[in-house]
Design a protein around this ligand. Structure first.
Ligand code: AMP
Length: 402
């Protein structure tokens, strides 16, 4: 890897290490954390730093605060979850800069963990303000970042702070970057991508990057209908099939770039049409020349498409996946997504495929398919994962280059 890791920091015994984590976890109205994945996944980094004798000071953003003192968005609510995950006491300070913070850090012992208040209580955080970053790292000897999911933002705690101290990736960010490099920058070929979801317009950068990098590209979900129409298939009713008529030329251009890069595009060969947009609505699978003229929506891919995608997966060594193949939130229109996800999971478990998935609804779609822990790597990073797939450099990662 071309990035600095904890191994590059040297002796941490007795040193103050500031860890930029992403503790922006979902919470219910009674301030109970409903999914602790982001806390749990940064625990190995915290434990390793503590085992090396460091004083660990954790910083993070949380929610969209109105300003300082917005208790709804205080990180105090997650202290008990962090304590549970670490199996030890965590001290909380209700600010992230200033004398109170500096004093609390000065009185820390080795192996102790301190959590500071929400960084976004200061507008300077989002602005990438350097003076704020200086205040932030003032009491720290080292800077470590595990917040891959925020790495597409050049916020003060992500970039300016990293430049002010010897810095490195934590184990979580290291794991995420390695998985994504193995999938897109340095993959074992053939490399296949599955892109689904609702609209072409939101995935243009993604598609434009992928057609230049992957050997096969499955375009599915609602967005496939625009590509089908652009390929001369009559998807009939634009309103009910998410066809973006203003994107037809763009779709054609993407297919042209794919062709000149020897990237095979795989579009649906049959579709599941439904009378209504609701679970268990009357539905049928039709071939492309049988799409009903009126009153039916295209909500999933059919059996022929599923078999075709699955046999393409058999030919490949690496898979990157973003977006569901159909309306996975409603049964039975999750069938296409589930069957392809399950096949990818089987190939992964058999050691035949390296599979990486993430972004938007993909994690829930794969959870719904029961395979979330059977892929090689599932990224919970959302926007950062997508920007990586779009080929963009993430400032919070780039700043940690060797
Ligand atoms: P995205 O956030 O762009 O990845 O889109 C995810 C959404 O696309 C999910 O909510 C799916 O229900 C939706 N989706 C996938 N296929 C279809 C389809 N054929 N018709 C309507 N919505 C779809």
């Amino acid at each position: 890897m071309n990035y600095k890791t904890i191994d590059d920091l040297g002796n941490l015994n007795g040193k103050v290490v500031m860890l930029r984590a992403d503790l922006n976890v979902p919470m219910d109205e009674n301030f109970n954390v409903t999914n602790t994945a982001r806390i749990d996944r940064t625990v190995p980094t915290i434990n390793e730093l503590m085992n090396k004798g460091a004083k660990v000071v954790i910083i993070s953003h949380f929610g969209r605060p109105e300003g300082k003192g917005d208790i709804k968005n205080s990180l105090t609510h997650i202290v008990k979850n962090l304590e549970k995950a670490l199996g030890k006491k965590v001290t909380f300070v209700d600010d992230c800069i200033g004398e109170k913070v500096n004093n609390a850090i000065a009185s820390m012992s080795n192996n102790e963990v301190l959590l500071l208040e929400n960084l976004r209580f200061y507008n300077e955080e989002k602005k990438g303000d350097e003076t704020f970053a200086e205040e932030l790292v003032k009491p720290a000897d080292f800077y470590v970042s595990d917040a891959f999911s925020t790495a597409h933002r050049a916020h003060a705690s992500m970039v300016a702070a990293a430049k002010l101290r010897p810095s490195a990736m934590g184990r979580l960010m290291e794991e995420e970057v390695k998985a994504l490099e193995n999938a897109l920058s340095n993959p074992t070929r053939p490399l296949i991508a599955i892109v689904g979801g609702s609209k072409v317009s939101t995935k243009l950068d993604l598609l434009n990057n992928l057609v230049k990098k992957v050997d096969k590209l499955v375009i599915s979900g609602g967005m496939a209908h625009t590509f089908m129409r652009a390929s001369g298939i009559n998807t009939v009713n634009e309103a009910n099939s998410l066809v973006q008529m203003d994107m037809l030329d763009t779709a054609k251009e993407i297919m042209q770039v794919a062709k000149s890069n020897n990237c095979e595009i795989i579009l649906p060969q049959d579709v599941v049409v439904s009378k209504e947009f609701k679970p268990h609505a009357e539905n049928k699978t039709v071939s492309l020349d049988e799409i009903p003229a009126e009153g039916w929506s295209l909500l999933d891919v059919g059996e022929k498409t599923i078999s075709s995608i699955n046999s393409k997966l058999d030919e490949c060594k690496t898979l990157v996946w973003n977006g569901p193949l159909g309306v996975f939130e409603m049964k039975p229109f999750d069938n296409g997504t589930n069957r392809v996800a399950q096949h990818a999971a089987e190939l992964t478990q058999a050691g035949k495929l390296m599979s990486v998935a993430g972004g938007g609804d993909t994690v829930s779609a794969l959870e719904n398919a029961g395979v979330a822990n059977k892929f090689s790597y599932i990224s919970t990073a959302g926007g950062a994962f997508l920007e990586w797939m779009e080929g963009k450099e993430l400032p919070g990662v780039a700043v940690l280059k060797k």
